[in-house]
Ligand binder design. Structure first.
Ligand code: FAD
Length: 219
C-alpha cells in the first residue's frame, strides 16, 4: 500500500489490519478507514482478510465496500482494466482478478458509522459520508443488501464543506436518501429498525462533517 503522487495504490493482498493502521491513509480519511474495519471480528482475523477478497465478494454486509464507495475509488481488474468501484459493484461476478485498488486524493472530509447488535457481529446498518472539493456522497451499506451510493446536490455539498448545513437541509437530504434506499429485514433487524437507524447514522455523520468544517469538535 503506497501513496503515488495524487493517489493511494492498495494491492489486493493488503490486509484489513494494514488498512486500519496505515498512518497516511488514516490521516487522509480522518480515521474513517480505521473505523470501517475495527469491528470486523478481531485483530488476528484482520491480519488475514484482504482488501481484494473483501471487495471482490461485493457482500451485502460489507463495511469495506461501503467505506471505499464514499471515496474516489477505482479497481484495477486483470482482464477488464480500471473501472470505478461504483461500476464494479454493479458488475456480475465473473472469473476476473482484482489486482489493486486506487484511491484518488482530494481535499476530503469523511466519516464512517455502523450499528452492530454486538461488537464484532456483522453490521445491522452502515453509513459512510464524504465531501470533497468536487462532490458529496452518502453510502448506505448492510441494508442488508449491497451498499448503495447517493450524491448530494452541489448546493448541499458546498454548504457541508463550509460547515453551514442547516437542520432543514439535513432533514431534506434524509427524506431523499431514505425515500430512494431500499431497506430490508433479516435475522439481525427489521426494515423499520433500519429506517430508524438510517436517520440516526446520517444525522450523526452530517453533524460530524459540519462541525469539522467549522473547526469544532467532532460529534
Ligand atoms: C466470521 C466472519 C465475519 C465477518 N464480518 C465482517 C464484517 O463485519 N464486515 C465486513 O465488511 N466483512 C466481514 N467479513 C468478511 C471478511 O472481512 C472478508 O472480506 C472475507 O472473509 C474475505 O476474506 P479474504 O480476503 O481472506 O478472501 P478469501 O476468503 O481468500 O476469498 C474470498 C473469495 O474471493 C475470491 N478472491 C479473493 N481475492 C480475490 C481477488 N484479488 N480477485 C478476485 N477474487 C478474489 C476468492 O477466490 C474467494 O472466492 C467477515 C467474514 C467472516 C468469515
Amino acid at each position: 500500500m503506497e501513496l503515488k503522487g495524487f493517489e493511494f495504490v492498495i494491492g489486493s493482498m493488503v490486509t484489513l489490519r494494514e488498512l486500519e493502521t496505515h498512518p497516511g491513509f488514516c490521516v487522509y480519511t480522518k480515521g474513517a478507514a480505521r473505523d470501517s474495519v475495527k469491528d470486523i471480528v478481531g485483530v488476528q482475523f484482520r491480519n488475514l482478510a484482504t482488501v481484494g477478497g473483501s471487495l471482490y465478494g461485493r457482500f451485502g454486509f460489507s463495511d469495506v465496500l461501503t467505506f471505499f464507495l464514499a471515496l474516489d475509488t477505482q479497481v484495477e481488474l486483470y482482464h477488464a482494466g480500471r473501472v470505478s468501484l461504483e461500476e464494479f459493484s454493479g458488475m456480475p461476478k465473473d472469473r476476473d482478478i482484482l489486482v489493486r485498488v486506487i484511491v484518488k486524493k482530494h481535499s476530503l472530509a469523511c466519516t464512517y458509522l455502523a450499528h452492530r447488535n454486538t461488537r464484532t457481529d456483522f453490521p445491522v446498518l452502515a453509513c459512510a459520508l464524504s465531501v470533497d472539493e468536487r462532490e458529496g456522497k452518502i453510502v448506505v451499506g448492510a441494508r442488508p443488501s449491497k451498499a448503495v451510493m447517493w450524491k448530494m446536490t452541489s448546493e448541499e455539498a458546498k454548504k457541508l464543506r463550509e460547515g453551514k448545513l442547516t437542520d432543514g437541509e439535513k432533514e431534506a437530504m434524509f427524506e431523499r436518501v431514505s425515500g430512494e434506499t431500499v431497506l430490508g429485514s433479516n435475522m439481525r433487524a427489521s426494515r423499520e429498525y433500519r429506517e430508524h437507524l438510517l436517520g440516526v447514522l446520517m444525522e450523526r455523520g452530517l453533524d460530524a462533517l459540519n462541525q469539522e468544517a467549522q473547526g469544532g469538535e467532532q460529534a
